[in-house]
Design a protein. Structure first.
Length: 377
């Protein structure tokens, strides 16, 4: 049975912490500009001593500025959101000497097996990932009811008919609470629903269809004519796939635009600042994030996501799984500071097939009946 790691706070009753000074602050004098000597946040739990009390910043993320609000709570703000009069915490040390303490061992204190968030070096195509699949399946089953699961998808996740069905399964069975991606993942999933192709190739046989290179453009054009993907589902144009399941189950899709987008779909947000804010709504409460075959979206999501989240007053880790056929991509992700990531080298279709197969087993290892498969686990 899956159990969350227990978080152990630092012992702030020791003489060192008790004698540490309160943080030094300075007010913002110019909108969007932090005062000199500002402190920059990380993904790890950070405590700040304010009025003699060590306080945890709850919704943090990398490369933000900690601001003390009027109620004494601490908010991580991007530079662009700083306002004149904001009280910014100053200090470049993180060992308590300036009232700032960065804590990396909260989920491993007293555990001789080592830090749960340590870099997982040496993971390659030769690595056995069986335990990672099992752990992820158990984690998804746990967080379906007790967390917020975000899938970050590249278009490869919908380039195959069966992998599209796996993503339908994840949404229909509440193993997905939000989807991040770009124009392509939604466009090609809609193309699959309309033409049974992706970039003109049949989803089952990979046969190139006559004029198939028009299919994704025709899909975009249809949605733009109707005004939204929701309207396309309502009118019966889209009857299967990831987008259909998300619309039917009211699972939000956050689609970030890029400079090379075709169309794009009406739902795609091309303003990077706006889409970052929308993504942050979900990363602020995410407990598990699964990233498939998309380097840039994965890195962006990782940088927006802390290593922990506070749920019902309890501190728990945020788990990130990144899957790609390229070891370079996965190494790049870990090198960008997403320290809590578990990487799996795999073709995305193979990964999804295996994960669903594991999730459909009961506690004795037997596959569930077809009737049970269609119901929530």
């Amino acid at each position: 049975m899956f159990k969350l790691p227990r978080y152990r706070e630092p012992n702030f009753n020791t003489p060192f912490f008790m004698a540490a000074p309160d943080v030094i602050t300075a007010e913002v004098k110019q909108t969007g500009v932090a005062p000199s000597g500002y402190h920059s946040t990380s993904m790890y739990p950070e405590y700040f001593k304010i009025d003699g009390e060590w306080r945890l910043i709850e919704n943090t993320r990398m490369d933000c500025v900690p601001v003390i609000k009027k109620d004494g709570q601490i908010e991580a703000k991007e530079f662009r959101r700083l306002k004149i009069g904001d009280r910014v915490i100053l200090g470049r040390t993180e060992d308590g000497r300036e009232g700032i303490y960065l804590y990396t061992e909260g989920f491993s204190a007293g555990d001789t097996k080592g830090d749960i968030f340590a870099f997982r070096s040496g993971r390659s195509r030769e690595t056995s990932f069986s335990n990672d699949y099992l752990r992820l399946a158990q984690l998804l089953q746990h967080d379906r009811e007790h967390g917020h699961i975000v899938w970050v998808l590249g278009p490869a996740a919908v380039f195959d008919d069966e992998s599209r069905k796996v993503m339908e399964f994840m949404v229909e069975n509440r193993y997905c609470h939000a989807v991040f991606g770009g124009n392509a993942v939604a466009t090609h999933d809609i193309e699959g629903a309309l033409f049974h192709t992706a970039l003109g190739q049949d989803l089952t046989t990979t046969e190139n269809k006559p004029n198939g290179h028009y299919h994704h453009l025709d899909a975009i054009n249809l949605i733009r004519r109707l005004g939204s993907v929701e309207e396309a589902v309502k009118q019966g144009y889209i009857t299967n796939g990831l987008v259909h399941s998300c619309v039917k189950n009211k699972v939000p899709m956050v689609l970030a635009g890029s400079i090379r987008d075709d169309g794009p779909l009406p739902q795609v947000e091309s303003n990077a600042v706006e889409v970052q804010d929308t993504m942050r709504v979900h990363t602020n409460k995410a407990t598990t994030i699964v990233c498939l075959a998309t380097q840039l979206h994965t890195i962006a999501t990782g940088n927006l996501t802390p290593s922990y989240v506070v749920c019902n007053g309890e501190i728990r880790p945020v788990f990130i799984y990144a899957v790609d056929v390229s070891e370079f991509v996965l190494n790049k992700i870990t090198d960008r500071g997403t320290l809590e990531v578990t990487t799996i080298v795999s073709n995305i279709q193979d990964f999804l097939f295996k994960l669903r197969k594991i999730m459909e087993r009961d506690e004795y290892g037997y596959t569930r009946s077809n009737k049970e498969k269609s119901a929530p686990l």
